[in-house]
Design a binder for this molecule. Structure first.
Ligand code: CO
Length: 457
């Protein structure tokens, strides 16, 4: 017997992938107690885009959400997604912010931190890993899965060995674009199992249509944990459905032991929520359709739809195929970055510029220049001198860990909002998203004043 463990993603990646991370804490609360009874290995509830979305769209305190969930889910491990030195934001933060953020995430209820870096540069994960370990939480290191002449099994095996030495307690294969195919996954996991005793978890997306098949072959190869989402928030650009995977493994050596009747009740709760977002138009059928071109061009589904709208706004929809062919060339020029946020957007934009202007790298976004200068970390493969000159001229390339160049930022942040913050958590929200966190903190202060004065009940 080799029971497979299940991590439920509906409360983070499921709704992030299908409804732009709009699920509210209120919508989650009534079902949390039931979810705690299922026997999941873990429930992913925090990090990724949820932090930003709480503040930006929902007028919610992300820290309060975490504490609320922790209060209701007493037995099951809570998991979050951390973008290495980017935390849950979109730039590198200074080490003092990383240290305090990880400490507070764990203190407020997180048991397992999944940490990754878009470029698979371990230097961008080092600080987070050190703090996760020091705080006694489970440190899961994720590798961003990509394909290229650089991204062969040997590359990943070396990366995994390095992450293991740095302190990883488990490894996640993070296939954000859904391009890992069944037989490749089988080979890949067999190879990893030869060199590492760490538990291996598979995280993939159904975008291209292969995810469930890949998951099954990964299980046959010995993967320990898989990420699934309860059916109403599964499939499309999300994960494979929990109930389907659980039943597929029923009465086999991989039996998960999860109770399908409890899962069914949980699905009923989420169906109502899904249908509401469907009626609002927030859940678009576009994210539910299979997009096999993802496999053909190795481009994530979200990036394809971004390109379409980008070209539309430029009145150049007829250039779509040309841009698709340009993307792999840009990727090669830039040393084969995996197409994950923010690199996917950057590579996409550069490909559009190259095609529209008719002259490659005549127009270069600032982010691409910063990338070539090394401010995002080390590119997986080399960037040729010719391409570098074309993009940054004689500009300097840094070779140190990018965050080494950042000065501590927490004290400065405190001084900027002395009357607004009530806790370190507030200060962290402000450092991560200054403008929107400030608006949220002002809104909260005003509301509590109104309440205290008896204006609102
Ligand atoms: Co994901």
């Amino acid at each position: 017997m080799k029971p497979v463990k299940i991590t439920e993603t509906s409360l983070r990646d499921g709704h992030q992938s299908l409804i732009a991370t709009r699920m509210t804490t209120e919508e989650m609360i009534p079902i949390l107690g039931k979810m705690d009874q299922v026997g999941y290995h873990a429930i992913e509830v925090w990090g990724g885009a949820t932090f930003d979305s709480c503040l930006r769209f929902l007028n919610e305190d992300p820290w309060e959400r975490l504490r609320t969930i922790r209060k209701q889910i007493k037995n099951t491990k809570l998991q979050m997604l951390l973008r290495g030195q980017n935390l849950v934001g979109y730039r590198h933060y200074a080490d003092d912010t990383v240290e305090e953020f990880v400490k507070k995430a764990i203190k407020n209820g997180i048991d397992i931190v999944r940490v990754f870096d878009a470029l698979n540069d371990p230097r961008n994960m080092k600080k987070s890993i050190d703090v996760i370990k020091a705080e006694g939480a489970h440190c899961q290191c994720a590798i961003s899965y990509a394909t290229s002449i650089i991204h062969k099994t040997e590359y990943y095996v070396n990366l995994i060995k390095e992450l293991e030495l740095m302190g990883a307690d488990s490894i996640c294969i993070k296939d954000m674009s859904g391009i890992l195919k069944p037989y490749d996954a089988y080979q890949f996991i067999k190879e990893i199992k030869k060199v590492s005793d760490l538990p291996i978890e598979l995280h993939n997306h159904c975008t291209s249509g292969v995810a469930s098949m890949t998951m099954l072959k990964a299980i046959e190869a010995g993967v320990d944990i898989v990420d699934t989402a309860i059916s109403p928030f599964s499939s499309g650009t999300s994960q494979p459905p929990t109930e389907t995977i659980v039943e597929a493994l029923r009465d086999t050596e991989y039996e998960t032991g999860l109770d399908i009747l409890v899962l069914d009740q949980i699905a009923d709760h989420f169906k109502v929520i899904r249908d509401r977002y469907l009626a609002d138009g927030i859940l678009s059928s576009k994210v539910l359709f299979v997009e096999p071109r993802t496999l053909l061009y190795q481009v994530p589904g979200g990036m394809l739809s971004n390109l379409v709208s980008q070209l539309k706004s430029l009145n150049a929809e007829n250039k779509f195929e040309e841009v698709l062919r340009e993307i792999p060339k840009v990727r090669e020029d830039l040393g084969f970055p995996p197409l994950v946020t923010p690199l996917s957007q950057m590579v996409g934009t550069q490909a559009v510029f190259n095609v529209i202007t008719g002259s490659r790298y005549k127009m270069v976004p600032n982010e691409i220049k910063r990338y070539v200068k090394g401010f995002y970390g080390k590119s997986p493969g080399p960037i040729s001198d010719d391409i570098r000159k074309l993009i940054i001229g004689d500009g300097e390339v840094i070779t140190v860990r990018p965050a080494d160049l950042l000065e501590n930022e927490l004290e400065k942040a405190k001084a900027e909002i002395p009357d607004l913050y009530e806790s370190m958590e507030d200060v962290l929200s402000y450092v991560l998203f200054p403008q929107i966190a400030k608006e949220f903190l002002e809104y909260r202060k005003f509301n509590s004043y109104e309440k205290a004065e008896g204006y609102i009940g």
